[in-house]
Design a protein around this ligand. Structure first.
Ligand SMILES: Cc1cc2nc3c(=O)[nH]c(=O)nc-3n(C[C@H](O)[C@H](O)[C@H](O)COP(=O)(O)OP(=O)(O)OC[C@H]3O[C@@H](n4cnc5c(N)ncnc54)[C@H](O)[C@@H]3O)c2cc1C
Length: 289
């Protein structure tokens, strides 16, 4: 298949890209790594009249490390972020999510901004960003506004970006002593996550206390990544929950998305997610193993 005819433009700056978005309104699409958009155009699911290539906007590709904050530009390639030693040291959950995000050739071209802005239901970095309370920076005609992750990711292929805005960067506050795990069960037919679990927590101070600063996210429970609030509360109250207890917390989180945990597909997702959580907890306690 070939895409429908379109006009190709390659602005030299992010500001110029925003001006083009303003001028062409709904007829334009931004091109980042092209790993999702180009196939959609080839199948004519997407038919933009104007394609705005962000490839020459050098200010969108960066990794900034401050004392306790990591800030990453939207056009930074997924593989560049994944292999960055500073990112791994400050916030390994970002590294782990990207290691799980499709084949290496796709990660070589695909950008972190493309994955976040596309908001695909199985987007691994969306799950990690939600779990980490990331902040997303939207650049529009009046400058940058910052949107918390829980407000940015609205539904599949839908974010809080306005039609004349682009994603400029995202940032994460990194907490010393916090541990991370990211695990996924792939749906091989779809080539993406059937279920994925992201966990961030500080280990319990004693055998009788719970985990602190717990955050948990999941893919596969809803049309977009969600936070697992019942699991978060549960892990905050006990260091070593029983397998059946983990499954009950996850069934409750799934039910809050409108699914009946007794339905076969939902029951499978709960079982898969519970297994991923059980595998993750020892790794969080002993990351060196
Ligand atoms: C074979 C294959 C397997 C994959 N497996 C996985 C997987 O397991 N997990 C996973 O998470 N992903 C997976 N993906 C998706 C992949 O990670 C894509 O790279 C990513 O979704 C899009 O990134 P991109 O830079 O290529 O964006 P593009 O395809 O260029 O753009 C995607 C969309 O985002 C918009 N966009 C891009 N950049 C911006 C921006 N800065 N501001 C606003 N809008 C923007 C575009 O207009 C477009 O609508 C897979 C893709 C393929 C082809």
């Amino acid at each position: 298949m070939k895409p429908a005819p379109f006009q190709y433009v390659r602005p030299a700056s992010a500001q110029e890209a925003v001006a083009l978005l303003q001028r062409h309104a709904d007829m334009a699409r931004l091109l980042a790594g092209g790993q999702s958009l180009v196939p959609m155009m080839n199948f004519r699911i997407a038919r933009p009249e104007v394609l705005i290539d962000l490839g020459a906007c050098a200010e969108l590709a960066f990794i900034d490390r401050e004392a306790d904050r990591l800030r990453i530009g939207a056009m930074t390639r997924q593989r560049t972020v994944e292999l960055d030693a500073g990112v791994r040291a400050m916030c390994p959950l970002v590294t782990m999510a990207l290691e799980n995000a499709g084949p290496v050739p796709v990660r070589n071209r695909g950008t972190v901004g493309g994955m976040l802005a596309n908001c695909y239901p199985a987007a691994d970095l969306v799950c990690a960003a939600l779990c980490l309370d990331a902040e997303l920076e939207a650049l529009g005609p009046s400058g940058i506004r910052t949107v918390p992750a829980h407000e940015f990711f609205i539904a599949e292929f839908t974010t809080a970006l306005e039609p004349d805005e682009l994603l400029f960067a995202f940032s994460i506050q990194c907490k010393p002593g916090r541990r991370y795990a990211y695990r996924k069960v792939s749906d091989h037919a779809a080539g993406a996550a059937a279920v994925a679990i992201a966990l961030a927590a500080t280990p319990p101070a004693s055998a009788t206390s719970g985990w602190t600063d717990v955050a948990a996210g999941a893919l596969g429970f809803d049309s977009v990544a969600i936070r697992l609030s019942t699991l978060e509360q549960g892990l905050s109250s006990t260091a070593a929950p029983a397998p059946a207890q983990i499954a009950r917390w996850l069934a409750d989180d799934l039910a809050q998305c409108g699914s009946d945990p007794a339905e076969p597909e939902a029951a499978y997702k709960v079982r898969a997610a519970a297994a991923l959580v059980r595998q993750s907890l020892p790794t969080l306690l002993h990351p060196e193993r």
